[in-house]
Design a protein around this ligand. Structure first.
Ligand code: SAH
Length: 237
């Protein structure tokens, strides 16, 4: 019997998240996150996506390429348990797992050809820019959705960390959205509402930087857990 198999990536995701820090811990949580699956040569064939546009959501199977260097661990500390307790890797969605395979439900906005290359326009992502993709399947609510499912130690609450913008940051977001059409302020608010800080740093007062598209965003945690967007800049001066 075979004990290994080789796969070829069918494409890569270009996403609004150029770095891992700040990316939501699951897909579907940040509605304004967006990106595009660009099919690779050989898989950029319109017949392969024929009739896909009728599905609002897709499963993406992908490779956690930025976890490979750090390797995988048999147990991990999920943020739900305050970063203290270890649970089995198979009880988590950690990137640091054997085979480094990821699975996300994302929203399909459309199918398009950009610069001659076929791709899927996507939203509600949890993927870093450049993530290699192995497969795409339609999400089938009649069988994939199980409202009776239990979720172990994961106690998710509708995230609602309030976010305030400095005047300068607010102005930058308005100007950036006019210039690029990208909803930067909404993406910042929804991304920070998920509290991207590692569980071990929630008690500390410090500032953080995160990248969204080509923009660097500096934020800190103010009184009462409010996230304050302080400084913001992009490649344009
Ligand atoms: N929904 C997926 C991913 C959950 S983990 C699944 O369950 O398999 C989500 C985290 O993976 C993100 O917060 C981000 O930090 C990290 N991530 C996203 N893309 C990655 C990549 N290509 N390599 C390594 N880590 C990645």
């Amino acid at each position: 019997m075979e004990t290994s198999v080789q796969f070829e990536f069918i494409g890569r995701v270009r996403s609004c998240y150029p770095e891992k820090f700040g990316i939501p811990r699951q897909s579907g949580l940040v509605k304004s996150s967006s990106g595009r699956l660009e099919f690779s040569f050989g898989y950029d064939r319109e017949e392969m996506v024929r009739d896909l546009e009728g599905f609002s959501h897709l499963w993406l199977q992908f490779f956690f390429h930025q976890a490979v260097e750090e390797g995988w661990r048999p147990t991990v500390r999920p943020p739900w348990l305050g970063g203290q307790k270890r649970v089995g890797v198979f009880a988590t969605r950690s990137p640091h797992r054997p085979n480094f395979l990821g699975l996300s439900v994302v929203r399909l906005l459309g199918i398009s050809v950009v610069d001659g290359r076929l791709g899927l326009d996507l939203a509600e992502l949890d993927l870093v820019d450049g993530t290699p993709v192995l497969d795409v399947k339609p999400y089938l609510p009649y069988s994939d959705s199980r409202p009776e499912a239990t979720s172990g130690f994961v106690h998710w609450n509708e995230a609602s960390c309030p976010v305030v913008f400095s005047d300068g940051a607010r102005e930058f977001c308005v100007e950036y959205e006019q210039r690029t059409g990208r909803p930067l302020a909404t993406l910042i608010s929804e991304t920070l509402a998920q509290d991207p800080r590692p569980a071990s740093q929630r008690q500390q007062e410090r500032s953080y930087g995160m990248a969204l598209w080509d923009v660097n965003v500096r934020w800190q945690v103010g009184a009462d857990g409010v996230f304050v967007v302080a400084e913001i800049s992009d490649g344009q001066i």
